[in-house]
Write a protein that binds this ligand. Sequence first.
Ligand code: PLP
Length: 396
Amino acid sequence: MIYLDNNATTKVDERVLDAMLPFLKEDYANPSSMYDFAKKPAAAIKEARVKVRDLLGASNEKDIYFTSCGSESANTAIKGVLNCNREKKHIITTKVEHPCVLNTYKELEKNGYEVDYISVNSQGELDIEEFKQKLRKDTALVSIMYANNETGVIYPVEEIGEYIKSKSPETRFFVDAVQAAGKIPINVKDTNIDLLGISGHKFHAPKGVGVLYVKPDVRFTPLINGGHQERGLRAGTENVPYIVGIGKAAELAKDALDYELKEVKRLRDKLEEGILKNVFNARLNSSINKRVPNTSNIGFEYVEGELILLHLSDIGVCASSGSACTSGSLEPSHVLRAMGVPFTALHGSIRFSLSRFTKESDIDFVIENMPKIMDKLTSISPFQDELMELRKRKGL
Ligand code: PLP
């Protein structure tokens, strides 16, 4: 099996699992309890908080709140900040956010909020001028993702943070960094990012644990009310094994950053070059350098993404398509549509996402097999005239 869908989820690192196991077995105490038996889990949470602090470049581990996932972190950040500032009803975000952000804003729009969705260009880059024009004194919240889950494009969140600070310092700034953590350096301390969310299962911790970083002077209300856990801002008995897991994964991710930036990127670039060279109907949906090192989104013209995925799956390769199949109709990706990816490639776009566990032989295998799959699929495509034209244009 060749797993190239690491933006969907990642394999749990063995070392993460080893760190977690004692807290699923013998050290199961509730960390809030008074007896000595609870001291080890309580200390383990503290240690995990420090490791996550270091991955995010935060100055204080007290600014790290454990949650259940990236979606919870985003919901807490958005709703929690708005609850503390009810007079302001204006929000800015982008057209290409993850559904956990976009659908939260759709709900808020129904409740009287005005939301501006900033456009991206054909490479997936944000229209910064449009953002600057939309920012107002009564903007309660700006939320911009750090890196896009479908294209890997990195957004200039530090520059955006500085702009917010200079023009509207009361406006809060949330960054969904789920696809950035462990792939590129993050340093919240030196930025004007107020809140930032990440998710453990995207960097080799298990599913079901996330983090919300919040700057010390930023007020927010909890999404989950209850006990005093997480300083009263996220109730529920701490999920000690998973918190330990995300802490260990954060430590390993920090150590592996250099490898991600060089080696994972080299393999990603090799995959892109190999496919573009050997497959006549392939086009890169974003080719810019400002992308996380593991992600590639390739459009295959005049073929269906689902068919490509099934053929890849038949030879043991896991990737994903931008389309979501909802109630029998094929809905093309909102990200690729916002980029204006031509109709001819929109339905045949595939995301390959690598990790530090991807091997050179995995990439060689895909490069070798993609032309064979595409020969088969183009031969049954209903767009034979268009494909002939494309071949001619490419001098084939
Ligand atoms: N934000 C982005 C950019 C994502 O890619 C994802 C998951 O794919 C999420 C948020 C949601 O994370 P989780 O699955 O932990 O809720």
